[in-house]
Design a protein around this ligand. Structure first.
Ligand SMILES: [Zn+2]
Length: 180
C-alpha cells in the first residue's frame, strides 16, 4: 500500500480567479476526484490523503502543507493548481518538478493530462522557486490543471474533474509501477 498526499493549492480565496471560478474551490473538486481515482486501483493499492488548510493565509498554507507532507509516510505528493494569465488566450496544462524523480513523475502525468488540456509548448517544467516542491521529502510535483483565466480550459475542467483526476492518477500509478 502506497500513500499519496494530495495538496489543494492555496488557502481559500488566496489563489487565482477567472471565468467565475476560484482556484482553491476548483482544486478541491479535483482533489476529491483524484483521491477516488487513486483508491480505485486494485493492482496498485493506494491510500490518498487530501491536505488542505482553507482558513490560513497563503504562506501559512504552504508551511502547514510541507509539515503535513513530511510528517506522513507518503510515497508521493501532488499539488493541484490552476494557472492564470493576463491574457485569456493562454491555455493548457503543465506539470512542474524540482528533483530528478519529480521529473519522471511529471512526465508520466503530463503524457496523460496535457493532450486533454493542450496549449503549453513545454508540458513539464523544472522549477527551483516553488516552496512545496523544494521542501517536501517525498517525490513531489505541482500540476497546473489548465488556465482558470482561459474560458475553454476553465469550463472543461469544471465539467470534467473526473477526467482530469483520472489522467493524473494513471500517471502516478505508472510512475510507481516503473519504480517497483
Ligand atoms: Zn496556484
Amino acid at each position: 500500500m502506497k500513500r499519496v498526499a494530495i495538496d489543494i493549492g492555496h488557502a481559500n480565496g488566496t489563489g487565482a480567479r477567472g471565468n467565475g471560478f476560484e482556484e482553491h474551490e476548483q482544486c478541491k473538486k479535483l482533489a476529491v476526484e483524484l483521491k477516488k481515482a487513486l483508491e480505485a486501483f486494485k493492482l496498485c493499492p493506494i491510500q490518498a490523503d487530501i491536505i488542505d488548510f482553507p482558513e490560513m493565509s497563503n504562506g501559512g498554507d504552504l508551511a502547514a502543507t510541507v509539515r503535513a507532507v513530511n510528517a506522513g509516510n507518503y510515497a508521493a505528493c501532488i499539488s493541484l493548481h490552476m494557472d492564470a494569465s493576463d491574457s485569456p488566450k493562454a491555455k493548457g496544462a503543465h506539470v512542474c518538478y524540482y528533483s530528478e524523480r519529480g521529473k519522471e513523475l511529471a512526465k508520466e502525468i503530463a503524457l496523460r493530462l496535457c493532450p486533454q488540456l493542450p496549449g503549453r509548448a513545454n508540458t513539464t517544467v523544472k522549477r527551483t522557486d516553488l516552496y512545496v516542491l523544494k521542501n517536501t521529502r517525498p517525490v513531489a510535483v505541482l500540476v497546473e490543471c489548465g488556465f482558470i483565466t482561459n474560458p475553454n480550459d476553465a469550463e472543461w475542467v469544471d465539467k470534467n474533474p473526473d477526467r482530469v483526476a483520472l489522467s493524473i492518477a494513471l500517471g502516478i500509478a505508472s510512475f510507481f509501477d516503473y519504480e517497483n
